[in-house]
Design a protein around this ligand. Structure first.
Ligand SMILES: [Zn+2]
Ligand SMILES: [Zn+2]
Length: 245
């Protein structure tokens, strides 16, 4: 218990191996070096390209079926130890991982916006987002888990950039249909119906950065993007910690 409290209160101790952490980060140099980066990926959906490339900008899937997403920052692959950190946060309520994951995501955002001349950013998304919006969770899940991990990560990111974290603009409803019995198209429609913009004035004309822990099929990101754009959002970026291949 004391160890747990100590870790929450004290920063700069590696959350994975207890070695001294890098300045301002709960991760040591060795563990930081082992992170599975998603360097070469599609700028809209962050799908990893597999090979190093400076020319490929957008993947075939996004070309065939435009997602509406303007830009994505998803710095890691969903592999050890990042998958472990996300699972620890989500299922074991080890809240120190929300700060660590948020810090790692914020580092990547900082590089993308302020430390590189990222030519891949389309017009509109080169301007820093006006607000951060965590992917909402539905009330039942919130009651079960007690927190929304996307919101925890988004708070850390918003703090770093002194940006508003809006948790009230969008809502999510629990689906009554078991996803496994639906076709891909039905599933997509079902996901889209589960989100709603409650406060369109908060997103109209804005560049909204949607924050999540993992980007998997992209159905959630596409659904939210569509809803935000229908509500008048000008630009939508997706910021997630990890990408499944
Ligand atoms: Zn370590
Ligand atoms: Zn793509």
């Amino acid at each position: 218990m004391f160890q747990k409290l100590y870790k929450i209160v004290m920063s700069d101790v590696c959350s994975l191996c207890d070695a001294p952490g890098l300045p301002g980060l709960d991760l040591c140099h060795a563990c930081h070096n082992n992170l599975p980066h998603n360097h070469f990926c599609c700028y809209q959906c962050a799908a990893p390209f597999g090979t190093a490339t400076n020319s490929a900008l957008i993947c075939g899937r996004c070309l065939d079926k435009p997602t509406g997403i303007d830009h994505a920052v998803v710095p890691f692959l969903y592999r050890p130890p990042v998958d472990y950190m996300i699972k620890r946060l989500k299922f074991s309520e080890q809240m120190q991982f929300s700060r660590l994951l948020g810090d790692l995501l914020a580092d990547a955002i900082e590089v993308s916006y302020f430390q590189t001349d990222d030519v891949r950013k389309p017009i509109g998304s080169d301007k820093f987002p006006d607000l951060v919006l965590p992917v909402p969770t539905h009330t039942e899940r919130l009651l079960q888990r007690g927190f929304n991990q996307a919101e925890q990560i988004a708070n850390t990111v918003a703090d770093r950039f002194q940006t508003t974290c809006n948790t009230g603009a969008m809502v999510r409803f629990a689906s009554r249909l078991p996803q496994s019995t639906l076709s891909a198209v039905q599933r997509e429609t079902n996901i889209r119906r589960s989100f709603d913009v409650k406060d369109p004035a908060a997103v109209a004309g804005m560049h909204v950065a949607v924050v999540d822990d993992v980007y998997t099929t992209g159905a959630t990101a596409r659904a939210i993007t569509r809803k935000l754009k229908s509500a008048g959002a000008e630009t939508v970026s997706i910021w997630a910690v990890a990408r499944t291949p």
